[in-house]
Each structure stands twice: as structure tokens, then as C-alpha cells.
Design a protein around this ligand. Structure first.
Ligand code: GTP
Ligand code: SPV
Ligand code: MN
Length: 589
């Protein structure tokens, strides 16, 4: 391994080590040999468990503290010098105060442990999109997870030695005080400090912290976008290729849409779906005036429960080797893993996510935590697209916003323009899920699925979207979907998963000007007959239900949007105009 010769990097590492006082500092070179050695340490201490080498080669099992199983939004802060630069939707504290508070917590936090220095890249090293970082951590789980989720090691050290900018990431599992958990971003210093957590979103600092919070801040400054979006490739029977980005809040279907398996009818016709990304997109305007996207990650940190051979066979196959499972149930008979809805054969001799003996056949308790996850290399995915590996960006035809709403939101509609689409994104709502600490199932506003992830003032973020639209001669068309509408029996009306392709195909036809639509106050909706329902047990009545826009319900929605907007003292005119038009349209229903 080449030494790090960049003195800015070395001085910073030295300073952090003086504060956290580890026994030793070890640089990660990204080699299999080194990662194997480190893994052995975690197996020896029992921090991680090796799973059945025949059935799940290279796979590991990990459990977090039961109070530390999801992102903690209340303890996630954006510390800009001016409060208004972070607000009004982010938690904020003055950087000087926050650094002082954190320095006390980090003081000696790594005593008796090793500090690992992980040089990593978000994006393919050397491409225009790539951003580099170094994460210092005392957690082997973080080292092994970062080695899956990002590109780590020597090529990044070479970039740092050549003087590349980098994000300074510091994490300590510490656990000195469970109540002193903090995930703190200092965008103006390109710095992230996280302490007292071991849960992915709080500690794999390349992911939400760098690629979204710091990324969105840098994107605004440098003229690009960092978004909570999947990227999907659709190849039509005639060979035409299309790319779609989708922004849905946490645990609302991005991974599943990104790895979609076409229904047999469409497979036979020759439709192919490939995966470019499942959670984060970085987007730039190309010379041709179109919007190009890359997935800056190198793996998938996906929700385990609900993943099965029918709902998402590609995700399941992706997790069959070199994967880390966190907070799922374990089968003690054959040392494999299990989670709700994996199959109809839960272990009798099992252990639940808390580590308690668990009989899946008789127990009424869940075996896996609802936010239990797999951390799997992207290269394992049977549908991974070639474009993922080049990291040069794919041209986006459509952006899809979506939420989890039992009522109100119809199955699909198209916005009337880029600006109108920005309004649609800004007014997005969704029921909360287990991906974040707090109550589940509460409707909240989550613009562009970025409420937990935007690293700066949300009204400036809306303006940035409007400004990006002005830079494109051929912007993506913007749509809104809701796979989660329920009937009188509270059951989902739309089958979802692979069948979502039927909705995507209407969108692509719209992009090409080849499909009909009706104008509604929300935007353009398909007529029931415009969605291909071949082989589906769904009639025109069901589709009408899925597409219905109810006046009273939408009068309430409008009140909700008004209330949400009231916290912003400067909304782009384009958004205000689109909102006024919606109000008039709903009144005229
Ligand atoms: P994050 O990783 O938290 O950002 O989540 P995500 O947006 O990638 O969500 P994911 O695809 O993991 O899905 C979350 C949950 O929603 C899982 O339990 C899925 O089974 C379920 N789900 C996904 N797509 C659909 C769908 O089309 N219909 C229904 N009914 N459920 C879905
Ligand atoms: C999400 O919550 O949106 C995730 C998981 O993708 S985490 O990395 O924990 O944020
Ligand atoms: Mn996510």
C-alpha cells in the first residue's frame, strides 16, 4: 500500500486520533486480504457472526442495539454558520457550539480500540461525478459495510495524494451514552461527525450523510443535484433504451422498482429491466441539454422484510453471497437468515433480531425488525446494468415522485411541465415507515423524498430545482405515482412490484407523445384503458378507483400543503403559481 502523503489528510487524521485516543490507526487499502483479517477480529470478539458458508458464502450477521435500528432524524443536524442556511426543515446548532459538545463526547471515545481510516469514493473513481471521502471509525461493521457500499482503498489514496478534495468523516460507536447520539453535518467544512450509533444510515457516512446531505449542498454550489432516487433502465422489444429516476421516501419502494421483474406477458414481448441504482442519484446537465444520472454507491442497503422470490427475486439473489445482514432473524439449525415474508417456512429453532430464542411457527412476535437490512455488493445483482460500472451517467427520460398514501393520491399522473413537476415534488406526502425512529403510518410532507436528507434551506432547494430546469433544453418529464392506495377492506388495490411496469410503460408512451391522457387538477392522468392490464385480476372499476380524485379529500390536502408551505418565507413563484392553479382546479371539481 502507498502511504498517504497528502499532509492535509495526515494532519486531520492525527488531530482526530489525538481526540479519540485509539490504540492504533490502520489505513484500509481495500484488499481482500486486509478485509479478511479485519473480519476475523470481529468474528473472534463476537461482534459479527459468520453464516453458513455453503448456503451464504462470505455472508455475515450483525445486530445493533435495540434502540438503534433506524435513522434518528431528531439527532441529525445540519450545522451551518447561519441558521437560515439549514432551516426551516433541518435541526440546527451553531458549529462552534456543536463542535465543542461533540469534542467532549469524542474525547477518548476510541480508547482500547483501533481507528480504521477508510479512503472511499462516491461514484466511479476518476469520473466527473466522483467525490472522495475518508471515514475514520472504530467499528469493524462500518469498515466491512463501507467496503460493500462504496469504492474503497488504493485508487482513492492515489487521488488524495494528487491533492483531491475530500469529505472528512468521523464516526465512533462509543456507546458511552445512548442518549448522546448525534449525526452532524458541517457542510461549510465538508465534515461529518457521527457518534453513539451503529445503524447504517447514521454511520455509513458515504451514504445519506455525504451522498445526500453534503452532496445536495455541494450540488447547489456547483450546479448539479443529489437526490434520493433510484435509476432504472427499460429496454423495449425494439431495442430502444430508456432511463427513469424515482424518488420515493424511505421504505416506499425504490429498491423494488429498481430491480423490477416484468410480468410474463411483457417478458415474452421482449421488455427487459436493468438496475442502475436503488437509492441515490447524482444528476448533471449534459452538453445536449438533457439530464444525466449516476448512482454514486457500490452496493445496496436494502429493507429485508417483504423481499422474496416473488416480490423481488433479483434482490434475493443479490444477497446470496458476500452480504451483511443486520437485525434479521437467524435459523440456528442451518445458520442462515430469515425475515417476515421471505417464505412460508420460518425457523422453529431460531433467534429473533434481539437475539432471543424464537420459534417462527408458533411465535406471534416478529422475527426480524421491520427495518432490518441487507448490505450487498451491486455486482451481485443479476440485473445490474453495464452503465452502473462506467459511472458516466445515463440520460433520464422521466422522473417519478411517489409516496405511500392509503387515500388521496391516484395511481399515476403526469405534471404539466418541469416547473409544475417541481411543485408536485415539493408538495409530496407519505406515511412514515420503520426506516426512521418514531411513529409509523403518520402522513407527513416529504418534498422530493428529501425531507431527512436535504443539506441546506429547503426553499433554496426548491429554487435550485427550478433553476436546473432552466439549464435543460430537453428536461425529463415528471410524474407522480402511488402504489399504496387501499380499498374498503384496507387492502392494496394495485398489485404493485413487477406490475408497476404497466404504469412505467404508460409514462414512456407519454414521453414519446404516443399515449392519451385526461387533464385533471393534479395533472394528466391515463384513462383506465390506457393502462395495459393483460393477465391482471383488475377491472375498469378498480382502475377508476385507483385514479379517482376526490374533491373533499383534496380540499384537505390543499390545507395540508398550505400549512407545510407556511414555514417558508420565500417560495419560488413557479411553485406558488402551480399551487394556485391546483386550488382553482379542485374547487371546480
Ligand atoms: P429505503 O431503502 O428505505 O430508501 O427504501 P426503498 O424506497 O428502497 O423501499 P423498498 O423497495 O425496500 O420497499 C419497502 C417496502 O415496501 C418493502 O416491504 C416492500 O415489500 C414494499 N413495497 C415495495 N414496492 C411495493 C409495491 O409496489 N407495492 C406494495 N404493496 N409494496 C411495495
Ligand atoms: C433510507 O432510510 O432511506 C435508507 C436507509 O435508504 S438508510 O441508509 O438508513 O438511510
Ligand atoms: Mn433510502
Amino acid at each position: 500500500m502507498t502511504m498517504v502523503t497528502n499532509e492535509t489528510v495526515n494532519n486531520w487524521v492525527r488531530e482526530m486520533a489525538e481526540m479519540t485516543k485509539p490504540d492504533e490507526v490502520v489505513w484500509i487499502d481495500g484488499s481482500d486480504e486486509q478485509l479478511e483479517e479485519i473480519k476475523k477480529v470481529a468474528l473472534k470478539t463476537g461482534e459479527m457472526i459468520a453464516l453458513n458458508e455453503e448456503k451464504l458464502p462470505g455472508c455475515l450477521y450483525y445486530r445493533t442495539n435495540p434502540k438503534d435500528v433506524a435513522r434518528d432524524e431528531k439527532r441529525t443536524l445540519i450545522c451551518t454558520r447561519k441558521e437560515e442556511d439549514a432551516g426551516p426543515t433541518n435541526h440546527w446548532m451553531a458549529p462552534v457550539e456543536m463542535y465543542a459538545k461533540l469534542r467532549k463526547l469524542f474525547d477518548g471515545s476510541m480508547k482500547g480500540r483501533v481507528m480504521y481510516a477508510i479512503p472511499f469514493s462516491m461514484g466511479v473513481v476518476g469520473t466527473d461525478f466522483a467525490k472522495y471521502g475518508v471515514e475514520l471509525t472504530d467499528s469493524i461493521y462500518v469498515v466491512l459495510s463501507m467496503a460493500i457500499m462504496t469504492r474503497v482503498g488504493q485508487p482513492i489514496i492515489d487521488k488524495l495524494n494528487a491533492g483531491a478534495d475530500f469529505t472528512k468523516c468521523l464516526h465512533s460507536k462509543a456507546q458511552v451514552n445512548e442518549k448522546e447520539k448525534y449525526i452532524v453535518h458541517f457542510p461549510e467544512d465538508n465534515t461529518i461527525w457521527s457518534i453513539n450509533s451503529a445503524y447504517g444510515g447514521n454511520v455509513l457516512l458515504g451514504k445519506k450523510c455525504l451522498a445526500l446531505r453534503i452532496g445536495s449542498f455541494l450540488g447547489r454550489k456547483e450546479g448539479w443535484m443529489a437526490e434520493h432516487m433510484l435509476i432504472l433502465k427499460i429496454e423495449a422489444p425494439n431495442g430502444e433504451k430508456h432511463y427513469v429516476c424515482g424518488a420515493f421516501p424511505s421504505a416506499c419502494g425504490k429498491t423494488n422498482l429498481a430491480m423490477l421483474t416484468p410480468p410474463d406477458y411483457f417478458k415474452k414481448m421482449g421488455y427487459k429491466i436493468q438496475t442502475v441504482g436503488d437509492d441515490i442519484s447524482w444528476l448533471r446537465v449534459g452538453d445536449d441539454g438533457r439530464l444525466y444520472a449516476v448512482n454514486p454507491e457500490n452496493g445496496f442497503f436494502g429493507v429485508a422484510p417483504g423481499t422474496n422470490e416473488k416480490s423481488n427475486p433479483n434482490a434475493l439473489k443479490t444477497t446470496r453471497k458476500n452480504t451483511i445482514f443486520t437485525n434479521v432473524a437467524r435459523n440456528l439449525d442451518d445458520n442462515t437468515v430469515w425475515w417476515e415474508k421471505l417464505d412460508k417456512n420460518p425457523p422453529e429453532n431460531g433467534e429473533d433480531w434481539l437475539g432471543n430464542p424464537w420459534n417462527g411457527k408458533t411465535s406471534t412476535e416478529k422475527g426480524a425488525h421491520p427495518n432490518s437490512r441487507f448490505t450487498a455488493p451491486a455486482e451481485n445483482c443479476p440485473t445490474i446494468a453495464d452503465e452502473f460500472f462506467t459511472g458516466e451517467g445515463v440520460p433520464i427520460d422521466a422522473i417519478v415522485f411517489g409516496g405511500r398514501r392509503a387515500k388521496a393520491e391516484p395511481l399515476v399522473y403526469q405534471s404539466k411541465s418541469w416547473d409544475h413537476g417541481v411543485f408536485v415534488g415539493s408538495a409530496m406526502t407519505s406515511e412514515t415507515t420503520a426506516a426512521a425512529k418514531g411513529q409509523v403510518g403518520v402522513v407527513r410532507h416529504d418534498p422530493m423524498a428529501m425531507i431527512p436528507f436535504c443539506g441546506y434551506n429547503m426553499s433554496d432547494y426548491f429554487q435550485h430545482w427550478i433553476d436546473m430546469g432552466k439549464k435543460m433544453s430537453d428536461p425529463p418529464k415528471i410524474f407522480h405515482v402511488n402504489w399504496f392506495r387501499t380499498d374498503e377492506k384496507d387492502e392494496f388495490i394495485w398489485p404493485g412490484f413487477g406490475d408497476n411496469l404497466r404504469v412505467l410503460l404508460w409514462m414512456l408512451a407519454r414521453c414519446k407523445g404516443e399515449a392519451d391522457a385526461v387533464e385533471t387538477p393534479l395533472g394528466y392522468e391515463p384513462r383506465p384503458e390506457d393502462i395495459d392490464t393483460t393477465d391482471l385480476d383488475l377491472d375498469a372499476e378498480d382502475l377508476k378507483k385507483l385514479l379517482a380524485i376526490d374533491k373533499e379529500t383534496w380540499q384537505d390536502e390543499i390545507k395540508g400543503i398550505e400549512e407545510f408551505y407556511s414555514q417558508f418565507d420565500k417560495l419560488p413563484d413557479e411553485i406558488n403559481e402551480a399551487f394556485d392553479a391546483l386550488k382553482k382546479g379542485v374547487e371546480a371539481l
